[in-house]
Design a protein around this ligand. Structure first.
Ligand SMILES: [Ca+2]
Length: 350
């Protein structure tokens, strides 16, 4: 009873806040299912252009789903499914909707999607879920000349610099005003440059994270134009058991009066492993806070997982010490194999 009462008071309190805040509070925007919930809640509220602009200023990657034709149609479909199925999505479960068991409204919207994508109308099923941990796939299966084929609409992509920029452009075309990231306050972007490595190493300092006694061989930190998660390039660290000097990349970012930041990046690994005398604890992301003399006053360290895996999200929420004037963000590897980073961002949370 107490929790029921407090949840009533909570919703009254939330109603007085900007509407965008209300949508964001109910969902974990760091997960693809959470971002989908925010988009569906926004869709349910029948947003006007002002509302889309407000959401687009801080969350262009979410607002874009409401204006981009394919994703908008996918949201229109998702509001027709039974509430029990929508609840599964809310609980981060995937769903499969067989065409034959859909009701009239759902069938109609499913056929509208097929038509707009130029697919045959012989639909088999629609599957919706996150199968990579990064985004949501709406997979439409249909019969074409006797065989079952599939077409996917990608939804709920994470915030990354290049995708955010693309989303702002799409929003501008749709609503006539370009959303712009705020420069102060919650969800504003810290002055972190070339955070998706689209300009190669511009703004980044190449340093040494770890070394053995000999001056060479030096490991590799290079720009990769074949493997990337955001934009067209990523950065790749590669070392072998012979590597004596392990390079890292860092950037110093002023913190101003920020109290809390969120660093986010995406990491991929191939055969990242400890060999010989290597030390896995130096394969890490470091947020090092510096005072006005350049002395370190606090370090937040996130060790990067070894092994072989596709892009996965890494998010670090970090409190800025009172005396900090800047933070030095460092990415590096001290093990054999390859590690990629891409789509970094640094968002002011408080
Ligand atoms: Ca990139």
């Amino acid at each position: 009873m107490l929790s029921l009462l407090s949840s009533v008071f909570l919703s009254i309190a939330q109603a007085e806040q900007p509407i965008r805040q209300e949508w964001l509070q109910g969902a974990n925007e760091l997960t693809p299912y959470g971002r989908l919930q925010v988009a569906l809640a926004t869709y349910d509220s029948a947003p006007n252009n002002d509302t889309l602009l407000e959401l687009g200023n801080t969350h262009p990657h979410i607002a874009v789903m409401l204006v981009e034709p394919a994703t908008k149609m996918a949201l229109e479909y998702l509001v027709t499914i039974p509430s029990t199925e929508r609840h599964k999505l809310r609980k981060s479960d995937s769903i499969i909707r067989k065409f034959d068991s859909m009701d009239k409204a759902e069938k109609k919207q499913a056929i509208a999607i097929a038509k707009s994508l130029g697919l045959s109308k012989k639909l088999v099923a629609i599957r919706v879920g996150s199968f990579n941990g990064i985004d949501i796939a709406m997979e439409i299966s249909y019969k074409h000349q006797g065989t079952t084929k599939r077409k996917t609409i990608t939804l709920a992509q994470p915030f990354t610099p290049e995708f955010a920029q693309q989303s702002r452009n799409i929003l501008e075309e749709a609503i006539g005003t370009k959303p712009l990231p705020p420069t102060t306050g919650q969800y504003s972007l810290m002055p972190f440059e070339n955070a998706s490595f689209e300009l190669r190493f511009r703004e980044w300092d190449k340093g040494v994270g770890f070394r053995f006694e000999n001056p060479e061989p030096v490991g590799t930190a290079s720009v990769d134009e074949d493997i990337f998660m955001d934009g067209k390039t990523s950065v790749r660290f590669y070392n072998t058991e012979e590597t004596m000097v392990f390079p890292n990349l860092s950037q110093e970012i002023p913190v101003g009066d920020t109290y809390k930041v969120r660093f986010q990046t995406f990491v991929q690994a191939k055969n990242a492993r400890v060999e010989y005398r290597q030390d896995a604890t130096q394969t890490k992301i470091v947020l090092d806070y510096l005072d006005s003399n350049g002395a370190s006053i606090k370090s937040d360290v996130h060790e990067v997982r070894l092994g072989t895996y596709d892009w996965e999200s890494v998010s670090i929420d970090s409190f800025v010490p009172e005396d900090a004037t800047s933070l030095r963000l460092t990415l590096g590897s001290s093990v054999s194999g390859a590690l990629w980073f891409d789509g970094c961002s640094l968002i002011r949370m408080e």
